[in-house]
Design a protein. Sequence first.
Length: 388
Amino acid sequence: MRRAHVGGLLIAAVLLGACSACSSTQKLNPFASNDGKNRPTELQPFTPSAELALRWQSNVGSAGSAHVFTPAVVGDSVYAAARDGAVQRIDGGRTVWRIGLNQPISGGVGSDGKRVAVGTEKGEVIVLDAADGHELWRARASSEVLAAPVLGEGLVIARSGDARIFGFDANDGKRRWVYQRSTPALSLRTNVGIMLTGRLILAGFPGGKLVAISSGNGAAVWEGTVALPKGATELERVTDVTSTAAVGDGIACAVAFQGRVACFDLNDGHLLWSREMSSMAGLDIDNRYVYVVDDKGIVYALDRSSGSSVWKQDKLYLRGPSRPVSLGSQIALADYQGVVHLLLREDGALAARFTTDGSRAIAAPQRQGENGFVVQTAQGGVFALEKR
């Protein structure tokens, strides 16, 4: 489960699995009643218009009950990790190497093809050689690292649970800079990641802010307001950007829990458009649409120039679908039962379906090549799929 911090108190929030679709702030309260009326939609038969084929599958180990593990894909290589400290390189379904770090890992994997980076709940960032898995260096962040580190611009960039972002030298692990900002007293504990686009690092924060940070010195280049907190109580005022931003053709988009989806000019951060929507899962963008999964599991396609609705798909209602990933003429998502869904780009109709190992797959699919992607499940299954 994800958790919310209030000063020294820790409030549990059931926001994984089917309950990741709950939008009411009452769902943040572990003592709230649950009448059981809202249940995930049962999947119904349909006539496929495409095919999801299995290229290969492997298993790296369990993610545990409270963490999200995302594999890193670089060319034909896939780097995956498990809660128990296992890190594995898989090329075309063949295990090239597998090591154990002898300490728990708390998030996904980042790689640039030369190095592989993971984070721990004690705030360590561990970097390995991608060729054989031997350890290169370790560095210390300020708290647990729940998101996959990002590598690029000569840096290993890691985000800690207290919303600080660290830039470490990729060669030796020396800290070059750290970005930090004040956050609200109450915020969600999530695996929200960061995006590196050119020399800008895009990061969403509690309180509904999206910030573009310079990779050169860690300074803020611009700040955009995705959503403003509103409501009478602290719970109602939780407005966190809980997923990675999406970028396309000079536009940066983000969405906030209990807030809005908003798109900004990537160069200067001025707001292009926004509309009310709450999401924990996140969004993606292509040259025509912005795709968003709301807190009820409904998938929307919005016009990227105006934010107006194009279509919605409600057949994944309360199934806790992952962030959508644009794959040309289709969109891929995975749900709390490990089912991967392919939707048609133009109207959102179900196009194909693939069942993995039955465990949750709330991390977004990771693109591999033109028609492929990789999904990792909570039980540690790593599935390389291809759309046809």
